[in-house]
Design a protein around this ligand. Structure first.
Ligand SMILES: Cc1cc2nc3c(=O)[nH]c(=O)nc-3n(C[C@H](O)[C@H](O)[C@H](O)COP(=O)(O)O)c2cc1C
Length: 233
């Protein structure tokens, strides 16, 4: 009996250690902290589109003029999946590459006009492919002002904001992790560009904004690095 108990204890200690070692690779998440908010399950992303990857690369352009029309929830689902969706369920790897699979980004969406979704600030949960409502209200104009009055930010249907948590990557790679985080932002951004192009939507990478004001709008203690307004063209 005592021997059985000892083995059981050893097993628990081993499993605990493995969980601690593996956790950074699963990506500790801000959505866990904000999990009290209303949860919106997104429709399943599709894996076949209307456009080849070659055509999407050839057609990709920064687009700053959008129609005053809402996006569908399917389009939003597809964009978020392309940004950070889980594409390897077993290992929880995501659509964009990440140094050591440390996944330093949280994806926020500032929603202005999406059918069936109230305007507000949402956080994407890649593990559930869902959104958590962080703040209700229309913050598109506030975001435009924070982005040095770039009017495409305010006129878009949504803005996808990439928020970095450097320590997830620097805890593994030290100082060098900083450049890895910036490289990863590029990978995620290009996925958003190509997915938007393939859906017939327009986007532009926006790097010019007041970091602290954007962080306040989102209610995050992470570092906003990139904003992608998206709208119908
Ligand atoms: C890091 C980075 C930051 C950018 N910041 C802005 C920005 O703040 N506002 C903007 O309108 N475009 C911004 N752009 C988009 C560029 O102006 C655009 O990519 C460039 O003019 C080339 O056009 P193309 O994307 O259509 O090929 C940025 C692009 C990158 C890569």
């Amino acid at each position: 009996m005592f021997k059985k108990l000892a083995w059981f204890t050893i097993l628990i200690v081993i499993l605990g250690s493995v969980a601690i070692l593996v956790k950074p690779y699963l990506g500790t998440s801000e959505w866990e902290a904000k999990s009290g908010g209303e949860v919106i399950k997104l429709p399943e992303p599709r894996l076949r589109g209307e456009m080849s990857v070659e055509e999407a690369i050839a057609r990709r352009r920064s687009i700053r003029t959008y129609k005053d029309e809402p996006l569908t929830i399917e389009e939003l689902s597809q964009l978020l999946w392309a940004a950070q969706g889980i594409t390897d369920e077993r290992r929880k790897f995501r659509a964009a590459p990440s140094a050591g699979a440390t996944y330093p980004f949280e994806v926020y969406v500032v929603v202005g006009k999406v059918m069936g979704l109230k305007p507000g600030v949402y956080l994407y949960n890649p593990f559930e492919h869902s959104l958590i409502l962080v703040r209700e209200g229309n913050f598109m104009q506030d975001l435009e002002e924070a982005a040095l009055n770039q009017k495409w930010v305010g006129n878009a249907a949504i803005n996808i904001v990439l928020v970095a948590y450097y320590e997830r990557t620097t805890s593994v790679y030290g100082e060098r992790g900083i450049r890895y985080v910036h490289m990863e932002a590029g990978h995620i951004g290009q996925n958003i560009y190509l997915q938007a192009t393939s859906l017939g939507l327009g986007t532009v990478a926006v790097g010019a904004f007041h970091d602290d004001v954007v962080a306040d709008i989102l209610g995050t203690d992470g570092h906003p690095l990139y904003i992608f307004p998206v709208g119908r063209v």
